[in-house]
Design a binder for this molecule. Structure first.
Ligand SMILES: *Cc1c(COP(=O)(O)O)cnc(C)c1O
Length: 362
């Protein structure tokens, strides 16, 4: 595989420091974007080429662009954090790079070399470093690498041309007023992913398929949907965009990777962080009956969701067609909060990086 260089063509009119700082006061999530983006093209027979850092701006696409019709698209999400010494570091970017390759294989797309993925993120973060919020809070710069097909035509086949991009968006504290539990709708009919499908690939279609269930959950007063396995409609898999953990005292359990669960970097990191803190951390199987029974008899002490965007989110109310219950009295649990600060402290450079997870950009 070729590893293209990324040519720097920075903007002549970036936002002023005053305008940028006004956004950074309360950036929200995914609402504002930095001054630049990285683009790299792939063409059959030529491989990766034309790597560029250019001003952030709209793409011009032919209406018959294949992505618009058949959704050959994949994406990633990772964060850059300001460190106590003022430098910037990303969290485990090689995990996102290898997952991006796995998603590409599943969607019949070309694999971007791991070092090119990391370099593209680094180039953008270096250029737009002023957009990385100051050290201290939970704010970060969210990076969104993604790849689309760019071939024009309505024939159904893997495209012969692709565009890889990285854009960046400042992210505020996910819970500005303090950590708040989310309510969950347990979907016993709609499924997110099927065995042999694309549930373990990070592709937009999985999200498109989840939107109706999400709207139905909202109508029932719930913020997130929890999906069960597609065969028995019994085994807990994950939320639309976050993995789940079940806390039994000092033992935490997350559903094992079945092929229809997205392998979260946060999920993986927490297996290690939890063991570092002296907890037992396991992958296993949890059925919906077990969840309800153990919540009701009190042995299941906490449940939380995890992913890059929200780090760790406690689960409060859980509803299914036949029942409703509350986890840890509807308050964030103790283990949940401990794991949350332990992981955030590594990401913000407050505690030593024992596992070599931080990628420092200087
Ligand atoms: C991205 C994603 C996650 C979380 O993965 P992280 O790497 O921890 O951000 C979980 N589930 C789905 C479906 C996702 O798309």
């Amino acid at each position: 595989m070729t590893t293209p260089t990324i040519e720097l063509k920075p903007s002549a009119s970036p936002l002023s420091a005053a305008e940028r700082d006004a956004i950074l006061v309360a950036p929200g999530f995914g609402r504002h974007f930095t001054d630049h983006m990285v683009t790299i093209r792939w063409t059959e027979g030529r491989g990766w080429h034309d790597g560029q850092l250019v001003p952030y701006g709209p793409l011009s696409l032919d209406p018959a662009n294949m992505t618009l019709h058949y959704a050959q698209e994949i994406f990633e999400g990772l964060k850059a954090y300001r460190q106590p010494d003022g430098s910037v570091a990303t969290f485990r970017p090689e995990k996102n790079a290898t997952r991006f390759q796995a998603s590409a294989r599943r969607l019949g797309m070309p694999e971007l070399p791991v070092e090119t993925f990391i370099e593209a993120c680094d180039v953008l973060v270096r250029q737009d470093a002023a957009w990385v919020p100051a050290h201290g809070g939970e704010e970060s710069l969210y990076l969104r690498p993604f790849m689309i097909a760019t071939e024009v035509g309505l024939g159904v086949k893997p495209a012969n041309e692709y565009l890889f991009l990285v854009i960046a968006s400042p992210a505020g504290a996910y819970f500005p007023g303090g950590v708040r539990p989310v309510s969950i709708w347990l979907s016993e009919d709609r499924v997110r992913a099927v065995p042999g499908g694309v549930g373990d690939a990070k592709t937009g279609g999985n999200y498109a398929a989840s939107l109706l269930a999400q709207a139905e959950a909202a109508a029932k007063g719930c913020e997130q949907v929890c999906y069960l396995d597609a065969v028995e409609h019994r085994w807990v898999e994950e939320l639309g965009g976050m993995n789940l953990y079940f806390v039994y005292g000092d033992r935490i359990v997350t559903p094992g990777l079945t092929g229809s669960i997205l392998e979260g970097v946060t999920r993986d990191s927490l297996l290690t962080v939890a063991r570092d803190l002296g907890y037992t951390a396991e992958e296993g199987r949890v059925s919906v009956e077990q969840w309800q029974r153990d919540a009701e008899n009190g042995s299941l002490t906490e449940v939380f969701a995890c992913g890059t965007a929200a780090v760790i989110t406690p689960v409060g109310t859980v509803k299914r067609e036949s029942a409703e219950w509350r986890q840890s009295g509807g308050e964030p649990g103790e283990v949940t909060l401990k794991l949350r600060s332990a992981l955030l402290d590594v990401q913000r450079g407050i505690t030593p990086d024992r596992h070599g997870w931080m990628h420092r950009l200087g």
